[in-house]
Design a protein around this ligand. Structure first.
Ligand SMILES: C[S@@+](CC[C@H](N)C(=O)[O-])C[C@H]1O[C@@H](n2cnc3c(N)ncnc32)[C@H](O)[C@@H]1O
Length: 212
């Protein structure tokens, strides 16, 4: 989820510089009509995913929480020749929308959506370091489990991207389970010697954790 800047003018301005083409603009327009439209990744943040994926020369990518596929399109577009993105999405309805959007973007061959709870399905991934980039953007209380499943599977130099790690700044004074979970995870990531990490104040907080 990309928390929108409060100022719509700023939001439009940022979108102007995110290289959004007509395919992504249509996905954004149509997603904005859905009840949970706020879950959409911000165009600038998603464009960053393309750049990170391309910079890593990524062939193996994972997304946890796909919604209507905006971020998935951006990751898949950055993949190296022959690369694949595996998406984990719990909602059948949203997975179907994402699949349609990925098909319309011409990415059918590069992306596979695995339907169901991500925690169970991540456990089915090969138990060895092989992932180049992983983007975690699903239920916030699930993040610790996703982190624990993914870090050992990231290849050295691979990048784990966690979205919403500021949780509307509620991590500053956590008063509910989601905020407490995220605040504790932020501490754990920062102290984790398997990765070098930074929590960026971009959108709703984006943590980059690079596997050593
Ligand atoms: C913030 S949205 C993802 C936004 C998406 N990454 C994008 O680029 O637009 C969160 C998604 O996570 C999914 N989700 C929630 N709990 C999940 C779970 N346990 N396993 C897999 N997906 C889950 C939701 O159905 C929703 O589509």
């Amino acid at each position: 989820m990309g928390r929108m800047p409060r100022d719509p003018e700023l939001s439009d301005y940022l979108t102007r510089f995110a290289g959004q083409d007509e395919v992504l603009a249509r996905v954004e327009r149509e997603t904005r009509l859905l009840p949970n439209a706020g879950m959409l990744s911000r165009p600038d943040q998603a464009a960053l995913l393309t750049i990170l994926t391309r910079t890593l020369d990524a062939k193996v990518a994972v997304e946890v929480g796909t919604f209507t596929g905006y971020g998935a399109i951006c990751i898949a577009r950055g993949l190296a020749e022959g690369g694949t993105l595996t998406c984990f999405e719990v909602s059948e309805e949203l997975a179907a929308i994402a699949q349609r959007n990925l098909d319309a973007a011409g990415l059918t061959d590069r992306v596979r959506i695995t339907l169901g709870p991500a925690e169970e399905n991540l456990a089915q991934l090969p138990d060895e370091p092989h992932i180049d980039i992983a983007y975690v953007d699903a239920d916030k209380t699930g993040y610790p489990a996703y982190y624990d499943a993914l870090v050992p599977r990231m290849r050295p130099g691979g990048l784990l991207v966690l979205d919403n790690t500021l949780l509307g700044q509620r991590v500053l004074d956590p008063q509910d389970e989601r905020a407490r979970t995220m605040a504790a995870l932020n501490e754990r990531v920062a102290a984790d010697e398997r990765v070098e990490s930074v929590l960026l104040g971009l959108s709703d907080g984006v943590t980059l954790a690079r596997k050593r």
